[in-house]
Design a protein around this ligand. Structure first.
Ligand SMILES: Cc1cc2nc3c(=O)[nH]c(=O)nc-3n(C[C@H](O)[C@H](O)[C@H](O)COP(=O)(O)O)c2cc1C
Length: 198
């Protein structure tokens, strides 16, 4: 299903087409080559002073890493994410040899958005999640001090909303997407004065 962004002017296709579906095709796989492409996109994100704080745990459906990431998700996310072709956890490295890494979370966010947009460009879907236990990830994968799991990402192929089975979940999947209007988003002159029209 498509839920393109309603924009006043065209934006690049990956941004227009990206959204956060929960209906994944449980029979379709994400190939190692596709995962390599996603990770290359993330690896080449900018970061403060090129400190590169982003790291990823990567599992493909059927492998032990996927099972361990799935087990760390909260039950609401497990209910749909088990159908994804791949599950990842974005980890931010908060310290290096110089001490605290500035803007580490910002860096992981930039890398993860690169990854998600690259997924859309490959014809895949991706859904980021905060709903997981960082402690479970930390102990399950033996993360070192200063490595902080911050986001889980489900990647895979789209399916019809009906795979979600439950009526309420299907309704949520079909709901239109919303954003604040441009007039409340960008200001110039005084805070609150729209920089542009809608
Ligand atoms: C950091 C972050 C955490 C999120 N956590 C969850 C989550 O745990 N479960 C979920 O179903 N969606 C989660 N989402 C998806 C958001 O709800 C979604 O991006 C938002 O509603 C905007 O919708 P769109 O991505 O379709 O444009 C998360 C998104 C982000 C960026």
């Amino acid at each position: 299903m498509r839920k393109p962004a309603e924009t006043s002017v065209p934006v690049i296709p990956a941004i227009a087409e990206r959204w956060s579906p929960r209906a994944f095709d449980a029979t379709a796989e994400v190939s190692p080559q596709e995962l390599t492409t996603l990770l290359e996109a993330a690896r080449w994100a900018p970061s403060f002073g090129n400190t590169q704080p982003a790291r990823y745990l990567v599992g493909r459906r059927g492998d032990p890493t996927f099972a361990r990431i799935l087990a760390a998700l909260n039950s609401g996310n497990q209910a749909w994410a088990f159908r994804a072709g791949a599950l990842l956890v974005g980890v931010m490295v908060t310290t290096n040899e110089k001490g605290e890494v500035p803007y580490a979370e910002y860096g992981l966010g930039l890398a993860s958005e690169n990854l998600v947009l690259q997924a859309v460009d490959l014809g895949l879907i991706a859904h980021q999640m905060a709903g997981f236990s960082a402690d479970a990830v930390r102990s399950s994968f033996g993360l070192p001090e200063g490595a902080v799991p911050r986001v889980a990402i489900a990647v895979g192929h789209a399916a019809e909303a009906e795979v979600l089975e439950d009526e309420r979940r299907i309704e949520r999947e079909l709901k239109p997407r919303q954003r604040v209007p441009l007039s409340e988003f960008a200001f110039s002159g005084e805070w609150g004065t729209p920089a542009l029209g809608d």
